[in-house]
Write a protein that binds this ligand. Structure first.
Ligand SMILES: [Zn+2]
Length: 127
């Protein structure tokens, strides 16, 4: 423990946040009103359709929908919120990983980038 870094790694911090963001999903929750399949339904006879929640999501590139039991609605709403938070976390990982790399390699980023650019310039044909 003596030799452990004071600051947690990007991976450790990411995983710690990720654990707290379960359940998580990507998709959308929609409230729809549809007639049911029961014969002689009074509500449908009155023209009052039944409210139902649907979860829309993409699976293998295809748009799909599933009925959601009413008691699952708060859970899925939280999962959607967590899904957006995880997506935001992933966007933050690029800068965080590069920053972590630079802290371990202070002198290399600048000159390496310059070399890459000048090499590309030399290769470009003059007209
Ligand atoms: Zn009905």
């Amino acid at each position: 423990m003596k030799h452990k870094k004071i600051q947690a790694s990007v991976q450790q911090r990411f995983l710690e946040k990720l654990v707290l963001l379960w359940p998580a999903l990507k998709g959308s929750l929609a409230l729809v009103h549809k007639p049911c399949i029961r014969p002689n339904c009074r509500a449908c006879a009155r023209g009052d359709k039944h409210p139902n929640y649907l979860l829309a999501f993409t699976q293998n590139g295809r748009r799909r929908c599933l009925y959601v039991p009413r008691s699952m609605v708060p859970v899925l709403a939280r999962a959607l919120k967590n899904g957006r938070r995880i997506e935001q976390l992933l966007y933050e990982m690029g800068p965080a990983l590069l920053q972590e790399y630079r802290q371990g390699h202070p002198a290399q980023t600048g000159p390496a980038l310059k070399t890459g650019l000048s090499t590309a310039k030399k290769r470009a044909p003059k007209s």
